[in-house]
Design a protein around this ligand. Sequence first.
Ligand code: BES
Ligand code: ZN
Ligand code: ZN
Length: 514
Amino acid sequence: MDTKLLFQDAATLNTPMLAVFAVDIAANKDADPIPVLLNTSDPIAKAAANVLASGDFKAGLGETLLLHSPSGLKAVRLLLVGLGKAKTLSSDEMRKAAGTAVRAAKPLGVRDVAIAFPEDRALSDEHVDDLPAALIARALAEGAEVGEVDYDTYRSDRKDRSVHTLTIVANEPENNVRTDMQQGFDLGLVVARAQNFTRSLVNEPGNVLTPTELGRRAAAMSKEMGLACEVHSTAKLNDLKMGAFWAVAKGSAEPPALIVMTYEPEGGAAKDAPVLGLVGKGITFDTGGISIKPAEGMEKMKYDMAGAAAMIGAMQAIAQLKPKVKVIGVVCSAENMPDGGAFKPGDVVTTMSGKTIEIVNTDAEGRLVLSDGLHYARTLGCTHLINAATLTGACVVALGMLNAGLFSNDDATCAQFESGLKTSGEKFWRLPCTDDYKDQIKSQIADMMNTGKTRYGGATNAAMLLKEFVGDTPWLHLDIAGCAWNEESKPWLPYGPSGIAVRSIIEWVRSYNA
Ligand code: BES
Ligand code: ZN
Ligand code: ZN
């Protein structure tokens, strides 16, 4: 989509569809909704007046109402888009409303959409907190770009419903505010395109996106963006003595891929500056291995590389945003298959770090590939680590599909990550991984085992194993199993890969921009 920011009065814009946002300013939740436009243009207010007074449109989040040939406007259609309650309004509702506007245009075959930049001055201060213009511009660009893409590429009956151009029209006289808007908008485009790249990878079926193919795509992106990228396979795993990663990989005819992407800030980083390590679980298909999964729902396990895809997407954005901090992306990619060469329950593997793991369940493979990936990232000089993984069903049981799991060994680093969530609009909920849980993964045979003694606290048990491999390095673990695949389409986001974590990881990296 060709997305641009224009400074003009929305009422005078010639467009097939103009979207205008509205909030509900009713004070309490039982009162009738009072929808109010976030816009100060008289012609737009007049065009919407009757329908707003009718009560047909309640300005709920994701609600839309379409008016044809609105009088006094140059637009062919006027689309009202709800943001929900004014009181709880944040940039995330703006993001969702922008996605909703674009997605409302698609079934109509409307190719060009304009969104009137929401003006909070349309409301008095008692109704709405001030949102910075840059943050709104960014959220609009993100929501529109992410909402536009449907992953129906493998359907031969697909109708091309793509929206070709999106114009955000801001009636903003002040030059310095315009500059802020433009910067937020530019940033939003970079972030959204990274998120969409991640989504496109997660969408690919396992027969197309093998570990080797994931390596190719990461390398192609890196080349285009000017990142250094190395893609290794079996020989390197053996050289590095990555016994845990190799144990998972060896049951598949597809060779594994160890992908290392490096971003160096211009002029190099200071000697004692932080080096951030982004480590991703890249299981391109998880059958469970010898501890094979039930057939029902197994097809979903093509998305078991969503953590890896998030890191590759984040690296694409980092290459363009050029923060003043070195970042290394490490992806451990393999297919978890049962065959004659597969690892087995009862096997003991020696990790790159030298620590040994007793395999109790070959379906707990993500923590194995990550144990070597995290250790390897430390040997590459990473001083701070973040990993993303569709790691446990237990995390989905605990948190559902709205919040992803967040684990950390360092409160300050965790707080730094959490402070970016307001901007990213993503939800992470911290779960424990304190040392008193360590007992749960104690093995009689080896240093630890790859599952907990019981199934209780399964997300924490997995985190505890990862924690064994990060030492004192400040570390964040994102368990995105419940959030990486959108099971139910929303007005602003279609069914399919969500691209969760990309925006928050980028925000965390940006927070180290010294
Ligand atoms: N890839 C799965 C986790 C998963 C579950 C991701 C549901 C997405 C949705 C992981 O490798 C796995 O199978 N974990 C097991 C661990 C168990 C054997 C200790 C699980 O969660 O059941
Ligand atoms: Zn598994
Ligand atoms: Zn898995």
